[in-house]
Design a protein around this ligand. Sequence first.
Ligand SMILES: [Zn+2]
Length: 156
Amino acid sequence: MKIHLPINIQQKLIQALEKARNYEIGGVLMGEHFAEAEFRIVDLTVQKQLGSPMFFTRLVADIVKPLKRFFKRTGYNYRKFNYLGEWHSHPTFPPVPSQKDIQSMQEIVTDPDTGANFVILLIVQLKGEQKIEGTVTTFLKDGKFFKCQLITEKMI
Ligand SMILES: [Zn+2]
């Protein structure tokens, strides 16, 4: 599976990461299913409440409104535009899922309220000036998870 990260979303992430410095931040990802096994991240939320440097806590109440707005804006075309998963930063250690990350993603994907067959986790980190690097992992309902290809569209 391939996940595309367009430039405007990269910029939104960079801005949020710069502001958060050494604190983990995160939110939810909204995606567009535009080709077989290919998704584009078209919007995301940035949770205002910062976590500690070591963990990030998801606040469900914060994501309901942005998701509703997203569905309205995209004409309730859930097959094409839908909740895609979660993102957060690892400012001080490599952007790969921790044991705790894997556990919480498995809880989200098996939660009946999520209503998705899979969820992705994007973990990002600032890499020098105006650049981010990251990884994407897909989590399935049966407990399996695998790494996906993250395509960061290039800036000029
Ligand atoms: Zn993490």
